[in-house]
Design a protein around this ligand. Structure first.
Ligand code: NAD
Length: 486
């Protein structure tokens, strides 16, 4: 069987050799997953919860082991990898503990016309969920689908990014170790895009894809052929809005971290800042101050995907040639395998640095007249994933947040929503569709099942030929009058 190597982005050393899964391996994983899913779905809520929490505790105990794999494969600093694992644990814990309350069968009101019936809404698992993951957060991101899909009663076949295959293998093997009686429930099939394509064609009951919008379009085309439902978590071009009365120290600190952490390779990382004219200059100085002292290897790692260096360089060069300034760094900051932090100022809004996902440690800080203009510019992007607002009062920030199109907004911080498991996460437009996390994230991996139970014969049964026509007509007329009036 053909294999591929995963290499360290820092040194180029081979970290592992993995099989290239093709249609046969994918089909095998889906068929076996279907068998495991039936047993898993037959367990009660408590049985699934107990096992998922056992896996969570095991991952927590093995955090360093997993973080080492993540750090080696992505190049991110060890602390960042550990923090990523912690975030995944928080979500797995929430999904395991809340699946029952979100998905169990409950009574819902039947309404006047159906007062003779009791109505029940419940959710059943889909069956086998395919998960295709990216490399930038190879634990946190796929676990946002894996943990919630398992908690909803499904089996999962996971295709990790070819850059982080070892992380995907670790996740499946740790599940098998921690939950031996359900060992085949989470399976990892390794390989490049062709393996992902095979998974999309492989008869799964839903596909949860995380990656770039271009790949999402290809996956959507394949899913369309078999009407396989798709959840797409794609890129972002997140904006931070800074008002005239904001705490600039707080805003600058958050912007520096949001833009430069993980070397800017964060779907909901900060790429654009809109600061009100009166504070723009000071904010730029503070962001430069904070980013200047960041050290490669300690605060950020190398670029994980070597080809991304070219994209980052192009965005910077085009911005500078169209009038932007760079108070920190510039094209010389691209020094493979690293890109060192870059701050751009006054970047034309039609420059790729403002319109396309840069996915590097580059932040553009533009000036705006007021927060109205900041909202307008933030919303003008084809991406709508996350955003953040800094204003004098949190109440004013909350009011601005309600006017933003992004799927999630943090007021007074960046990426605050990522660590709140009850909040759904996802975007619109180029950022994709569907939601992971929270109650919506559980329902995303379940099918609603609606049931009515007849309690007594109604005055006029509208689902029977035996009902006297004048009685049926009177009932319809009564209903019509009520609706015309209220
Ligand atoms: P990518 O689109 O190149 O690849 C994503 C995954 O899709 C990989 O596993 C890849 O092997 C697979 N793939 C590639 N071609 C395929 C095909 N034709 N059919 C099926 N699968 C295929 O993305 P990436 O470079 O791994 O990740 C970076 C992107 O992911 C960025 O755009 C980033 O913003 C986005 N991202 C989004 C979120 C989110 O939650 N919204 C989270 C993390 C990353």
């Amino acid at each position: 069987m053909a294999t591929f190597s995963v290499r360290s982005p820092a040194t180029g050393d081979v970290l592992g050799e993995h099989p290239v899964g093709g249609p046969e391996e994918v089909a095998d994983a889906v068929v076996r997953g279907r068998g495991a899913a039936a047993d898993w779905a037959a367990l009660d809520w408590a049985g699934r919860r107990t096992r998922l929490l056992a896996w969570k505790r095991s991952l927590a105990r093995r955090m360093d082991e997993l973080a080492d794999v993540v750090s080696a494969e992505t190049g991110k600093p060890a602390h960042d990898a550990r923090a990523e694992v912690l975030l995944a644990l928080v979500h797995l814990d929430w999904a395991a503990r809340n699946a029952r309350s979100v998905l169990r069968v409950r009574r819902v009101p039947s309404g006047l016309l159906s007062a003779h019936q009791r109505s029940f809404l419940g959710y059943r698992p889909l069956g086998v969920v395919g998960v295709i993951g990216p490399w930038n957060y190879p634990v946190y991101t796929p676990m946002g689908s894996i943990g919630y899909a398992l908690a909803a009663g499904n089996a999962v076949v996971h295709k990790p990014s070819e850059l982080t295959a070892g992380t995907g293998v670790f996740l499946a093997s740790s599940f098998a170790d921690a939950v031996p009686d359900c060992a085949g429930l989470l399976r990892t099939v390794t390989g490049p895009g062709s393996t992902g394509r095979a998974l999309a064609e492989g008869g799964v009951d839903k596909l949860a894809f995380t990656g770039s919008p271009g790949t999402a379009r290809q996956v959507a085309e394949v899913c369309a052929r078999s009407l396989t439902p798709l959840l797409a978590e794609c890129g972002g071009k997140d904006a931070v809005l800074v008002g005239a009365d904001a705490d600039l120290e707080e805003a600058a600190e958050a912007i520096a971290w949001g833009a430069m952490a993980n070397a800017g390779q964060t779907c909901a990382g900060v790429e654009r800042v809109y600061a009100v004219e009166s504070v723009h200059k000071r904010l730029c100085e503070l962001v430069v101050e904070r980013t200047r002292s960041l050290a490669a290897g300690q605060h950020y790692g190398p670029m994980t995907l070597p080809t991304q260096l070219g994209v980052v360089e192009r965005h910077m060069k085009e911005a500078l040639s169209s009038g932007a300034r760079a108070p920190l760094g510039g094209p010389e900051s691209v020094a493979a395998p690293f890109v060192h932090p870059v701050v751009l100022v006054d970047v034309p809004e039609d420059s790729p640095a403002m319109t396309e996902e840069t996915f590097g440690p580059v932040v553009a800080i533009n000036r705006v007249r007021d927060l109205d203009e900041a909202v307008e510019r933030a919303n003008a992007s084809p991406y709508a994933l996350g955003s953040a607002v800094f204003t004098g009062s949190r109440a004013a920030g909350l009011a601005v947040a309600q006017r933003l199109n992004s799927g999630a907004v943090s007021v007074g911080s960046v990426l605050g929503f990522a660590a709140v498991p009850s909040l759904p996460f996802g975007g619109t437009g180029e950022s994709g569709f569907g939601r992971i996390h929270g109650a919506e994230g559980l329902r995303a991996f379940a099918v609603p099942r609606s049931v009515t139970v007849k309690r007594f014969a109604p005055y006029a049964d509208l689902t029977s030929f035996a009902t006297a026509p004048d009685r049926a007509a009177r009932a319809v007329e009564l209903g019509r009058r009520l609706h015309a009036r209220f």
